[in-house]
Every structure is written in structure tokens, then in C-alpha cells.
Design a protein around this ligand. Structure first.
Ligand code: PMP
Length: 476
């Protein structure tokens, strides 16, 4: 295979100044001199047909820094996928890199199962001090291994063991992962279609999706109907649902289409679950660590969960997950949730650095400000574009729902989802140096999930590229 030394060379995503200084040690980086197509061809030859992101984002990544990613053709992108939200501080943030370097230099093992180390101890300290004090004071932590889905599995086993019950209440539009249990709790039907034997005893409830109200009512009357439905069901001796071991939800649904639950809805859910002794599991795998404008998304409403599921950003971009829960639930046996990779020391060091940086630099507030700025830009773009049905989000978790204004609207005047146009917009964004993701019903929601360190200039660039991508996508 031909190899060559790549000389430093700046790439420009936009006219004018280079966006980044050359990467460190660039002169000495030896890489295979092939473009995107070469790697994509090989990938499609080797990898499973279950691969997902490369189908809509056909690039091979060479390097990344901050909010930027460079591909093998020398093109630069603003990365609004950010490892599906795992990279709170973007790529190669100096404090994260330094934490990893220091840990390696100290001779700490790569992984320690669930044996303790000073690195782990510091991580737990940092994580607990990022939580509301009243919750942290009563909390226990179980490290999991190390995906979000595995932490969901642990949370479910925890509440089943503690309550002796078996039913779980989940929500339409929920996403909790791809293992048999977590997928059983997930709303999206596609990945479930061909898989038998998913976790049984899961019952789905209506989430307050204001734009496509499950009750065709919309607004406050719509989300209050969801509450009335749920409360009645909980007390209905003929609901078909045995007393639940837990209710699980995302305070802002992510993969389901960036759907924030109203704060008052969440407070009511907390009231009704507490009153009936139903543990409330909040899945903050995607929303945790500043993403929604607060350290944790449940904090907007002032409630506290019984069980909190964490992954993605808590490892500073490296694999790590955990369940943090009220000590009263701590009734499972030694080894009840084991797993080899529960002790990733580099991830814990990277996670501690990330937690501290987010806290010290108030990146939660920054995420709120940047999110508001971007949503204002997007709503402006929406004004004369009936194809943009809804712009919504919280902090830097933003969704743009793309609709088809040619087909008949529903009872609330909302047009059907338009996956085809959403895909086109995503492709046009990519061509112009912006990586965005699709989610939501039929993949019709363009998702913008930049690192929390994104600047106002970058937010404006995201808006400019998105506007242009929408313009050409609608014309073509
Ligand atoms: N819960 C939520 C809310 C998520 O967004 C995800 C991943 N997108 C998961 C769970 C599953 O995490 P993982 O992909 O690490 O298994």
C-alpha cells in the first residue's frame, strides 16, 4: 500500500482565515494516501449490513479537533454529531488529552474491573458533586460496562430486584439502546421488527410530543391529557398492567426526535410515581453533563429521579457508563450486574476532567445561550419554509422537523413527516462542511448536537450552512 508523509496543509471550510492551526506533529504523521472512496469501499466490503452512520454520512475521518473533523479528501466539517453527543468538549480537548496522558504516565492500569483506584475515587467525587446535593447524599453508584444500553439493563435489573415486580412503563418515542432489554423499552419499531424475545412486560405510554400530539389536542391541554391518561391507567385494576417495577423516561427525548417534556409534566409524573411507590428511572445518557442547559435535564423541572442512567459525555468521549440510584433500592446481590469493562481508568480520568471543565466554565449556561441563538436562527429560516414544520430543543440538543406540505395535514394542521427531504438537507449540509444527524419519526428530524464548546461564530456558520442546504434541497 502506497504511503507518504503528509505535509502540513490548511483546509478551509469557509472563505478566508484557516479555522484551525495545524495539528501538533503534523509533519511526522504518516498516513495512507487514500481518499474517502477508498476507505468507504473497503468498509462496505468488510463491515456488516447493520452499519448505520456511514450510509448517510459517507466520509472517512482522518483527524479531528475541537468542533471540527477532517476527512480523507481534505475536507473540513463542523461536527454536530459529536460522537452522538459523547464529546461534550469536542475532539481532543486539551484538558481531556492531558488527563489521559497523566493517567498513562502514572502507570495506572487500563482497566480494573470494579476494583477501586484513586482515579476512580476522583471520578466518583466529581460525578457526585455534579449532582443535586439531596440526590447525591442518598446515592449509590454501579459502574456498567460501558455502553448506555448496558447501564439501562442494570437499572432495570436493579428496580426489578428491589420491587419484586416485573412490568416497566416506557414512552412512545423513547430510545434506550439496542440490547434485548433496552430495545424492548425503545419506541422505534424498525430495529425490533425482526427480533423475537425482547424483554417482556414493557408498556408504552404517550409522551408529551406537542407538535404531533398523541391526543390530537396539542399545547397544554395535550400534555395534560397524557398525564390524565397515565394517572388513570396507574389506578385502573383492569389496565392489563401488573404493578410496575419502574417508569423510565428521557426528560428530552433524543433519538425519538428531540422532544423536550414540559417541566410541569415531569413534576406531575414525579408526583404520581412517588405517590404509588413506582421508582422513576431517568435516562440521561444523551442529555447529561450540560447538554440541555443544565448539568442534568431533570434539573429544569426541579424533580429528582430514583435512578439516573449515565453514559456518553461522562467518559469524556471514552467508553463509560453508570447507574446512580437511591440507596433504598440497593438490594441486589454481589455480582448482580457484573461485566469486564466497568473500570476503564482512562475514561474515568477523561470524565473527571470533562465534568470539572463543564462545571468551572459553566458550559451548561453556555449550551443554553448557544442553543437559544441557534434556535432563533433556525426559526428565522423556518419563516418562509413550510417544509420546516417545527424547530425545538433544549440547550444544544436541537431538532428541526421536516414535513411535506403537499400532503394533507392532520387534525391539528401538522403535515406528515418528510424523510426524503430531511435526507437531502443532511446531504447538502455535508457537502457544505456540516455534519448533522437524522432522528425522530421516520427519520424526519434533523438533529444538531454540537460539542458544548461551540462558539457564537460557529453557531452562526451552522445556521448559514443549514439555510443554504435547505434552500437548495427544496429547489432540487
Ligand atoms: N439512552 C439514550 C437516551 C441514548 O440516547 C442512547 C444512545 N443514543 C442510549 C441510551 C444507548 O446508549 P449506547 O448507544 O451507548 O448503548
Amino acid at each position: 500500500m502506497e504511503q507518504e508523509v503528509i505535509q502540513p496543509e490548511m483546509s478551509y471550510a469557509f472563505d478566508g482565515e484557516p479555522l484551525l492551526q495545524p495539528f501538533i506533529d503534523e509533519e511526522t504523521v504518516v498516513i495512507e494516501a487514500q481518499g474517502n472512496d477508498y476507505y468507504l469501499d473497503r468498509q462496505s466490503g468488510f463491515e456488516s449490513s447493520a452499519r448505520s452512520y456511514p450510509r448517510r454520512l459517507p466520509i472517512a475521518i482522518r483527524r479531528a479537533e475541537g468542533v471540527f473533523v477532517d476527512d480523507m479528501d481534505g475536507r473540513r466539517y463542523i461536527d454536530c454529531l459529536a460522537g452522538a453527543g459523547a464529546l461534550a468538549l469536542g475532539h481532543h480537548h486539551p484538558v481531556v488529552v492531558e488527563a489521559i496522558r497523566r493517567t498513562l504516565a502514572d502507570g495506572v492500569p487500563f482497566q480494573t474491573l470494579d476494583l477501586t483506584t484513586p482515579v476512580k475515587d476522583r471520578f466518583v467525587e466529581a460525578l457526585f458533586s455534579s449532582l443535586p446535593k439531596a440526590f447525591a447524599d442518598q446515592a449509590r453508584i454501579q459502574f456498567c460496562g460501558p455502553s448506555g444500553a448496558d447501564a439501562i439493563e442494570a437499572a432495570v435489573k436493579l428496580v426489578k430486584t428491589a420491587t419484586g415486580r416485573r412490568s416497566i412503563l416506557a414512552f412512545h418515542g423513547a430510545y434506550h439502546g439496542m440490547t434485548h432489554g433496552a430495545l424492548g423499552l425503545t419506541g422505534e419499531i424498525g430495529p425490533k421488527l425482526h427480533v423475537s424475545g425482547l424483554m417482556p412486560d414493557v408498556h408504552f405510554l404517550p409522551f408529551p410530543y406537542l407538535y404531533r400530539c398523541p391526543f390530537s389536542l396539542g399545547g397544554e391541554v395535550g400534555w395534560r391529557s397524557s398525564l390524565a391518561y397515565i394517572e388513570r391507567l396507574l389506578d385502573d385494576s383492569n389496565s392489563g398492567i401488573t404493578p410496575p417495577a419502574a417508569m423510565i423516561l428521557e426528560a428530552v427525548q433524543g433519538e425519538g426526535g428531540v422532544i423536550p417534556a414540559p417541566d410541569e409534566w415531569l413534576r406531575e409524573i414525579r408526583r404520581m410515581t412517588r405517590k404509588r411507590g413506582i421508582p422513576l428511572i431517568i435516562d440521561e445518557v444523551q442529555t447529561g453533563i450540560g447538554r440541555t442547559g443544565r448539568m442534568y435535564a431533570f434539573e429544569h423541572s426541579g424533580i429528582q429521579p430514583d435512578v439516573l442512567v449515565l453514559s456518553k459525555a461522562i467518559g469524556g468521549g471514552l467508553p463509560l457508563s453508570a447507574v446512580v440510584y437511591h440507596k433504598e433500592l440497593d438490594r441486589w446481590q454481589p455480582g448482580a450486574h457484573a461485566g469486564t469493562f466497568r473500570g476503564n481508568q482512562l475514561a474515568m480520568a477523561a470524565g473527571t476532567a470533562t465534568l470539572q471543565y463543564v462545571k468551572e466554565h459553566r458550559l451548561d449556561l453556555h449550551a443554553h445561550e448557544m442553543g437559544e441563538r441557534l434556535m432563533a436562527i433556525l426559526r428565522n429560516i423556518q419563516k418562509d419554509k413550510p417544509q420546516i414544520g417545527d424547530v425545538r430543543g433544549r440547550g444544544l440538543m436541537i431538532g428541526i422537523e421536516i414535513v411535506n406540505p403537499v400532503d394533507p395535514p392532520d387534525a391539528l394542521g401538522v403535515y406528515p413527516p418528510n424523510r426524503k427531504l430531511a435526507c437531502r438537507i443532511q446531504t447538502e449540509c455535508l457537502k457544505r462542511g456540516l455534519i448533522v444527524e437524522l432522528g425522530g419519526r421516520q427519520g424526519s428530524v434533523v438533529r444538531v448536537l454540537p460539542p458544548l464548546i461551540v462558539t457564537t461564530d460557529e453557531i452562526d456558520q451552522i445556521g448559514t450552512i443549514f439555510a443554504e442546504a435547505v434552500r437548495v434541497s427544496i429547489v432540487t
